[in-house]
Design a protein around this ligand. Structure first.
Ligand code: PMP
Length: 407
């Protein structure tokens, strides 16, 4: 796309302009975490340097300023997700934290022995382990939607798993390991028809796909700001109001209460019921700046440009003999996982790093998926809006270098 001026965008990310092992850095580990633009860094230091105060409690100037900046982020995420109500936006520490909240609050209250939970083969460990913990405690049963060799979910098999025993379905919107975009709307509708609630792990989708939780009709949606050009330690759990209201708090402490006596405590209203203790104020505030940054570029523009990078890189890497792209799903975001014949992914990663190219290698927190695909791990290049075709050329040359050195 010519709509985005990539060189100008790169200037917003000074971290990109550095030498690694004597070579200009190529940062292709965006699925793990994206870099942060200057405006986000300034929002963090602006809070600590200008109006650091605890929120909601004080009536003094700084506390009021901090509180309104903090709450402005909630509003921004309501728009970002198109949630119907402001109080459906719960601040968390990230996707993992949001999933654990649902498992520990909704799951412990509403699921019982023999109830079934459905996840998929594509899940990140953070959308597997919290459900296994719940199953162990409550005697629920975990079912897994299988995939085909391309990394697409087998929807027919999913339908067979659904029954009146299904109480909860939790699937990833976009696979971090392969880039697969799942047909979540279909998954959600079928789950609802069976009477189950649905959580969507949006850690990877949120930076690439325009989201509308009302159109999706998901019951919960969990994401992390750090994959959205925002800070770490900050995320959002969206939940439908009626469900959140029916759920018990998950952590006790300050902020989440209405009144405390030693005999009985009453809980605060949404969303504060789920936000015990002093939150990560600076990073919540800066997350709004990150969303504004995305908005400024236009999410559709970002997605279109990333798609161009994906097409270019797929073509380029497909030409390399002995390279196999893992996961050729029908619909993908800008993630390419690959293996090189006869070369361990760890060696690939180390040599690429020597060339200044940052990729992720290993199982990508998806060990069951790697097992299903019959690989020990992969090398993964994932692209963000500040990446370029020239960088993809460098990766392709780097891979040839790896092959030469290892053969
Ligand atoms: N799910 C997916 C698909 C992810 O990619 C990640 C992050 N790698 C997570 C969940 C967990 O996110 P976080 O570590 O920010 O909690």
């Amino acid at each position: 796309t010519d709509i985005l001026d990539i060189q100008r965008i790169r200037a917003d990310f000074p971290i990109l302009d550095q030498l690694v092992n004597g070579k200009q850095l190529v940062y292709f580990d965006n699925a793990a975490t994206t870099q942060k633009p200057l405006s986000v860094l300034q929002a963090i230091s602006g809070y600590y340097g200008g109006y650091n105060a605890n929120i909601h409690r004080g009536i003094h100037q700084l506390a009021e300023k901090a509180t309104s900046a903090f709450e402005a982020t909630r509003q921004k995420f309501q728009e970002f997700l198109n949630a119907r109500h402001l109080e459906e936006i719960i601040f968390t520490y990230g996707t993992t934290d949001g999933i654990n909240l649902v498992a520990q609050s909704y799951g412990r209250r509403f699921l019982n022995a023999g109830d079934e939970i459905i996840i998929s083969t594509l899940e990140h460990h953070s959308n597997i382990v919290p459900w296994q913990m719940l199953c162990e405690e409550k005697g629920c049963i975990l079912k897994v939607i299988p995939i085909d060799d391309n990394g697409d979910l087998l929807i027919d098999e999913y339908e067979k798993l659904l029954s009146e025993r299904t109480k909860l379905v939790s699937v990833v919107h976009v696979s971090n390991a392969l880039g697969t975009i799942n047909p979540v709307k279909t998954i959600i509708d079928k789950a609802h028809a069976a009477g189950a609630v649905v959580l969507i792990d949006g850690a990877q989708a949120s930076s690439h796909i325009t989201l509308d939780v009302q159109a999706l009709d998901c019951d919960f949606y969990s994401l992390s700001a750090h994959k959205l050009y925002g800070p770490t330690g900050m995320g959002v759990l969206y939940g439908k109001k009626a469900l959140l209201e029916a759920m018990p708090p998950y952590r006790g402490g300050g902020e989440m209460i209405k009144e405390v006596t030693f005999e009985k405590t009453t809980y605060n209203d949404l969303p504060y019921k789920f936000e015990a203790g002093t939150p990560n104020i600076a990073d919540v505030i800066a997350a709004r700046t990150a969303l504004e940054y995305i908005e400024g570029l236009g999410k559709e523009n970002i997605a279109a440009y990333e798609h161009e990078l994906l097409v270019y890189a797929t073509e380029k890497l497909s030409q390399i003999e002995g390279l196999r792209i893992i996961g050729q799903a029908r619909e993908k975001v800008s993630v390419i996982s690959f293996v090189l014949d006869g070369i361990h992914h760890q060696d690939t990663g180390v040599i690429l790093d020597q060339l200044g190219i940052a990729v992720r290698t290993g199982h990508h927190c998806t060990q069951p998926l790697m097992r299903r695909l019959g690989v020990a791990g992969t090398s993964r290049a994932s692209f963000a809006v500040y990446n370029t075709r020239e960088e993809i050329d460098r990766l392709a040359q780097g891979i040839l270098r790896v092959q030469k050195m290892m053969m």
